[in-house]
Design a protein around this ligand. Structure first.
Ligand code: NAD
Length: 351
């Protein structure tokens, strides 16, 4: 495995490989940029098929956090951690403490929080060994689970995309295909259901699918069908890499707007999506994930900055949605990929 010439390395400031044999910890902590402030981003635990896959995920997620924090207008840099293992069977308090010690060794350059496979309770254990953790349930500035705020941001961003693409942001009677019914996906379904949207859902966990059928009158489809569902919006809320050579020509929705990080399998898929919009559906719109799913990190940023006021949170979310609206309008006006516009927006801040 190469690191400095890795396609996702992109000038990372630091990459820490943390190992603790006794606790069973194998983790990668990647700090892409501290240009705008301390690097902040969640910790993911996943049974990666290989160590190369874990490193690539850490690098891509960390770089994505730099762009996400920049577009959201936060004074935070980008970083991310991944732990190799199955969160259902391999996660122990000793492992979380060993991870926390690795975060602590970075001296506050990186602040961790929860991501896929992690919970608020896990972050409470990390806090036993380091103050450089947010998304906590207790403490003077505790912000708790960031997922409801992420879902709120995705919901508002989805309405913005509908407005730009169709002239109306009304969700009543619209069909939304939600992939992944975890922390964010379920909250998003609740908001969409309350707004009168029809839901089509998929998850690899049958209990979560049954819950959505019951709670939101959702129609379930198999995991490999959700991207093809004829819908107004396809909302990827599971893992990344879902927009690739195979899925893009078969997308059934006119808008892709979801919470999952790194939805593009490769950067050039942004152009493939844009070309599809021109060639097949004139108003097809792909909403770059990092410009849409910053609600959670905004919630975490409130805790890092030692704030508790809801007004600050609401103002930051509104700013994120306003930036997103400007990015989508510019992309449509100039007939360029929204991804390219969003990345240029972030680079202007980083410069
Ligand atoms: P989660 O682990 O709670 O939920 C993920 C869900 O996806 C699970 O229910 C899982 O069973 C399901 N899933 C996995 N593979 C699937 C597949 N192939 N098809 C359908 N379902 C599948 O994670 P989460 O916190 O809800 O995060 C979801 C996504 O949003 C992740 O990509 C995450 O990085 C991103 N994100 C989350 C937040 C946050 O605040 N939690 C913030 C920004 C971005």
């Amino acid at each position: 495995m190469s690191l400095f010439s890795h396609p996702d390395f992109d000038g990372h400031e630091r990459v820490l490989f943390a190992h603790d044999a006794e606790a069973g910890l194998k983790a990668v902590i990647a700090i892409h940029s501290t240009r705008l402030g301390r690097a902040a981003g969640g910790c993911r635990m996943w049974p990666y098929a290989s160590e190369d896959e874990a490193v690539a995920d850490a690098l891509r997620l960390s770089r994505g956090m730099t762009y996400k924090n920049a577009v959201a207008g936060l004074d935070l840099g980008g970083g991310k951690a991944v732990i190799v293992g199955d969160p259902r069977t391999d996660k122990t308090p000793a492992l979380m403490r060993a991870f926390g010690r690795a975060v602590h060794d970075l001296g506050g350059r990186y602040v961790t929080a929860e991501d896929v496979g992690m919970s608020v309770a896990d972050m409470e254990i990390v806090r036993e060994v380091t103050p450089h953790v947010a998304g906590l349930a207790s403490g003077p500035h505790a912000s708790g689970d960031p997922s409801p705020v992420t879902a709120r941001g995705v919901f508002e961003g989805m309405r913005t995309a509908l407005l730009v693409a169709t002239g109306s942001d009304d969700l009543a009677g619209r069909t939304v295909a939600v992939q992944g019914l975890g922390h964010v996906g379920r909250h998003l379904c609740a908001l969409l259901h309350a707004a009168g949207a029809r839901l089509v859902v998929s998850d690899i966990d049958p209990a979560r699918v049954a819950d959505a059928e019951r709670a939101f009158d959702a129609r379930a489809v198999a995991p490999d069908e959700i991207a093809r569902v004829l819908a107004d919006v396809y909302a990827p809320c599971a893992l990344g890499g879902v927009l690739d050579d195979a899925s893009i020509p078969r997308l059934g929705a006119r808008i892709v707007a979801g919470a999952a990080n790194n939805q593009l399998a490769r950067p050039e898929h942004a152009d493939a999506l844009h070309a599809r919009g021109i060639l097949y559906v004139p108003d097809f719109l792909y909403v770059p994930d990092f410009a849409l799913n910053a609600g959670g990190i905004i919630n975490v940023a409130r805790e890092i900055e030692g704030r508790t006021d809801d007004a600050w949170l609401a103002q930051r979310l509104a700013a994120m949605v306003a930036n997103l609206a400007a990015i989508l309008r510019e992309a449509v006006d100039r007939d360029v990929s929204p991804n390219a516009v969003a990345e240029a927006f972030a680079r202007r801040r980083l410069a």
